[in-house]
Design a protein. Structure first.
Length: 348
């Protein structure tokens, strides 16, 4: 149920100070009723972790991507000075409300209504860039608008795994590189949103499928943070949804679905009470479970590296994910997908 300050000021204040994320907008504010979260205030411990990762000093020029309520922009301004903070918000109503709140509370930072993936060149160059919306692809505009030696901090994820905190340092050569470190999940920047994986819309009774079994329990691939992160790097455009029998998460029986809503492919992964092997069904051109199992086996063979051993390099022509060092790229998702498809075709 929504909490409104005018209706219940004490409850509203208590919610504001809880260490939980707070939903502040649904459905991009258009009232369509689907109930998808489109703006929020992050939990304070996550805010603190991200600010700490920036290594801010007084007087630094900061670009924030995603103004939201304006709270984070005020914290940035308290450290560097309001005149040094530019915050970009894609939603006009959200931007207007944040700008008014910031001005009223004495932190009149510059709030720009625009697509934050383009940065804000008029205020460049910046010493720091902080994104409060997740990306799958780091916009090169952020690198271009940051001084050499500057830092970029952003939530980063894949369709399968959202996400981890990415900490980049901009080099003299116009590239940016750094490691992942920190468990964070944010809403996506709007032009990089993956499709919503609603099972009933994509898994149809009339679909044909191939059926196999596996001893790999969904927990190990879906719920172990580092495994899920690694799988997301290797298997592109795949999302997962868990559906519990009778909507009871404590009942012990459920089905995990894997879906590529663009390709029209899906896999179901059935877990029964007390079972030691699990039925798998796969439909469509992609054999999504096979791809996942291959990626999980790769992660195991690599010694189950934590997500902090992975990193990313951003160049003008794209980005590369690597393990331990930029000289050790893990391979492009298209290469992995092609290999998995060939394997599925060979054994199908």
């Amino acid at each position: 149920m929504p909490v409104r300050r005018a209706d219940s000021p004490e409850e509203w204040l208590a919610v504001c100070y809880t260490d939980q994320p707070i939903i502040t907008q649904l459905d991009d504010g258009d009232g369509n009723g689907r109930g998808y979260v489109s703006s929020s205030a992050s939990m304070p411990t996550t805010v603190a972790m991200m600010l700490d990762a920036l290594h801010l000093d007084a007087g630094m020029r900061v670009l924030e991507i995603g103004t939201g309520t304006g709270y984070n922009a005020a914290l940035l301004a308290s450290r560097t000075g309001a005149e040094n903070v530019t915050s970009v918000e894609v939603d006009p109503a959200v931007a207007e409300a944040a700008a008014a709140a910031l001005k009223a509370t004495g932190w009149p930072v510059r709030v720009v209504t625009a697509d934050g993936t383009g940065g804000h060149s008029l205020g460049a160059p910046y010493d720091r860039v902080l994104a409060t919306a997740a990306v799958q692809r780091v916009p090169y505009a952020w690198v271009r608008q940051t001084v050499p030696g500057g830092r970029i901090v952003a939530p980063w994820g894949t369709v399968f795994h959202n996400g981890a905190l990415l900490r980049l340092r901009v080099g003299e050569d116009g590239t940016a590189s750094g490691h992942f470190g920190g468990n964070v999940a944010f809403m996506w920047v709007r032009d990089q949103r993956p499709p919503h994986g609603v099972v009933r819309e994509h898994v149809r009774p009339e679909h044909d499928y191939v059926e196999t079994t596996t001893e790999l329990h969904p927990y190990h691939a879906l719920s172990v943070f580092d495994a899920s992160f690694a799988i997301g790097l290797r298997v592109p455009e795949m999302t997962s949804v868990v559906v519990y029998d009778n909507d009871d998460p404590h009942g012990g029986a459920y089905t995990a679905y894997l879906m590529d809503t663009f390709a029209g492919s899906w896999a179901s992964w059935r877990v029964g009470t007390g079972a030691r092997s699990y039925g798998v069904r796969q439909h469509g051109a992609r054999r999504l479970f096979d791809e996942l199992a291959t990626a999980y086996a790769w992660w195991e063979a690599a010694g189950k590296p934590p997500h902090t051993r992975f990193g990313l390099t951003v160049r003008p022509d794209g980005q590369t994910v690597w393990l331990d060092h930029p000289e050790h790229p893990i391979g492009s998702p298209s290469d992995v997908t092609g290999s998995a498809r060939r394997t599925a075709a060979t054994h199908g």
